[in-house]
Structure formats: C-alpha cells, structure tokens
Design a protein around this ligand. Structure first.
Ligand code: 4NP
Length: 161
C-alpha cells in the first residue's frame, strides 16, 4: 500500500510579494524538485501590502531565477488572516514583515506559525534579516538568492525528519 502523508504547507512573506518572497518560493520549489521531494510540501508566497497584486515578480528576481535554472510565475497577492488557517509555517523575510503578520494573528497557535526565515540559516555569521532589495541593484538580488538558499536548505534539514 502506498504510504500517505500530509503535505507541509509553507508560505513565504515579504512586503510587496514581488522581490524576496516569490524568489524564496522559487528557491524552495527548485530545491525540492532537485531532491525529488516536491510531493512533501506545498509552497506559496504573499505580501503584507496589496500594492502589487496580480503582478509577476520584479524583473530582477526573475532574472536571478532564470540565471539559476528556474522560472518565477507567481502572481503577487496580499497576505490575509485566512492564511493562518491554511499554512503550517509562515516564513517572513524581515522584522517589519514579522510585526505586520503577527499584528493580524488572533490566536497563539497562529502566532507560533510565524517565523523569521533567517532562523534556519545555519551559518555562524548568518544575517538577521533578508533585507528589502527593491531600491538595490541586481547584485543585491543575487546576494538574497544566495542567502535564501542557506535559509531554505536549513529549513528542509529541520523539517524532513
Ligand atoms: P519585496 O520588495 O517586499 O521583497 O517584494 C518590495 C517590493 C515593493 C516595494 C517595497 C519592497 N514597494 O515599496 O512597492
């Protein structure tokens, strides 16, 4: 008999849902595909503001993705309270995202789902936030891609059991 298991549902959250969180979503899907583990997780992303709703990711995030062998096709959406019910882990990029998401939580079990993605970066000198690259250049996006790989690898090590 085929073993059945529940997919772990992960939501990546940043401010606009066009730079960091769709890239984090893409990095995680790419890592899972490469390890043949895509059936174990469901991955999505959202922003704390709705200013970019319906837009494709920023061209710089898409360029970094293509340079590394994958495409970003997510359309931006705003985080809502319903996401607390749907997702097991809500991984935020910076302190301001953390405060914004926590301020919407109405139950302790929802608050517990909200984690800073950097807490999974196992490097001793790991940065404390994934900084907003919106006003930066392509090098900032490359650096964020690199940082996200470390964070998501650590997250998977901790959650694959
Ligand atoms: P993100 O970056 O939160 O990583 O998607 C930003 C995107 C848009 C804006 C700020 C940051 N904005 O001010 O519109």
């Amino acid at each position: 008999m085929k073993e059945s298991f529940q997919k772990r549902k992960v939501l990546m959250v940043c401010l606009g849902n066009i730079c960091r969180s769709p890239l984090a979503e893409g990095v995680m899907i790419k890592l899972l595909k490469d390890k043949n583990l895509l059936d174990r997780f469901e991955v999505d992303s959202a922003g704390t503001i709705g200013a970019h709703m319906g837009e494709l990711p920023d061209h710089r995030s898409r360029k970094v993705a293509v340079n590394n062998g994958f495409e970003l096709t997510h359309l931006a959406r705003q985080f809502t309270r319903k996401d607390f019910e749907i997702f097991d882990d809500i991984l935020v990029m910076d302190d301001s995202n953390y405060d914004d998401v926590i301020s919407l939580a109405k139950k302790p079990e929802h608050e517990k789902k909200v984690k800073r993605i950097v807490e999974f970066d196992q490097r001793s000198d790991a940065p404390q936030q994934v900084m907003d690259p919106y006003y930066g250049n392509i090098n900032h996006f490359e650096a964020i891609y690199d940082q996200l790989q470390h964070c998501i690898y650590g997250y998977l090590v901790q959650n694959l059991g």
